[in-house]
Design a protein around this ligand. Sequence first.
Ligand code: ZN
Length: 489
Amino acid sequence: MADLNINIYNSLTRKKEKFVPIKYPFVGMYVCGPTVYGDPHLGHARPAITFDLLFRYLKHLGYKVRYVRNITDVGHLENDADEGEDKIGKKAKLEQLEPMEIVDYYTNRYHKAMEQLNVLTPSIEPRASGHIIEQIEMTKKILEAGYAYISNGSVYFDVLKYSEKYNYGKLSGRVLEDLYSNTRELDGQHEKKNSFDFALWKKASPEHIMRWPSPWSVGFPGWHLECSVMGHKYLGEQFDIHGGGMDLLFPHHECEIAQNTVAVGENSIKYWIHNNMITINGQKMGKSLGNFITLEEIFTGNHKLLEQAYSPMTIRFFILQAHYRSTLDFSNEALKAAEKGLARLLKGAEILEKLKSSDSSDVNATELKEKCYEAMNDDLNSPIVIANLFEALKTINSIDNGTLKIDANNLQILKETYNTFLFDILGIIPEKKSNADSEVLKPVVDLVLNLRLKAKKEKDFSTSDYIRDELTKLGFKIKDTKEGFEWEL
Ligand code: ZN
């Protein structure tokens, strides 16, 4: 068991705190999952990879983690508030499918993309539509406590009433007075006492497809309710970590805290962790901006903004090269750099396997190990871990070319540290070269290099140099050996 002193930034207290789980060694972690009405995109990759890093690291340290990540399949309305159509219902109507066909189709697509990104499967992946009874129960509790009201068959959370006793805005830092002036009056808002009240239960309009009976109306639960319900159902009245993207901080997570406070108890969740957003060439990603890129488009290169395809591991590495609380700008230049950097680190792992130890050592591998743990313990600083791995790579190359010596003990520590952090904790997997590379490329390059060998024997140096120079331009490294040649791409 390594050092357990992880410091993690808690959005609730706005500072880094020492991570102390409520019931050591068990850790309960809930992360808001996708609303499944479209293909998984870049915006899905960052929270999934951020919390996968945390999940992997906590497990590596020996914690027993129960990781719950939900699927939102009902109740998420178009404008993220209480108006507009259900996102899934709208898509179902558009494509003339059952809403659950939409849900299953996109859930499968999401799972496939997550597998490609080597994101571990959570311990439990509950769906909102499977927890309607529990959502009705929590609504009843909030009504009984006097913090909600019924209006025209819908039930709304009474934010003003709640604010008399509790702090609505404690997570997001929003102040109620500002919410008064900032919220627009929308259609149907006359049902609410105040524009900032939010729905626990909505009466279904005649055209609304997904609907269930309740004591108040035939309708559907409000979006914020599902996470309060499923989090506490599977992780208990108090649990350690709630995560998600920064875009969910308000209103989604603020509303969750208000619901939890009334229905479960104050401070039922200890650490709130949020990852920052991805921008594309400096702009926010959005369908209307034409810079919306799905993961499949990235993996195939099939998008006007992409100069080439980028593999899932390039995307994973690119995301981990930034600290999760920093913004991350997506550009072809940055991705190509990530692709190259990752290839070098993976090559380093191959060289490392073949290194031989000496009797003496110029290398202190324990230092590397400590630096990597220090970085992870400092609010999951994956870019510093990666910088340390690049330092280690220099050492590996120097040992390989004979500039440095390493003894057996240090070699063992170097191997363990390099492989543990690169593969187990950062979650990188060596990608299989494409079939074209392995099945077609090798015989073709061998053929060309054999022609070069023949030219050399016949003292036709202009041809042999020409072949070498052209292959080098294409990115091949060619080495002349006693037996003939060696090459790599
Ligand atoms: Zn949520």
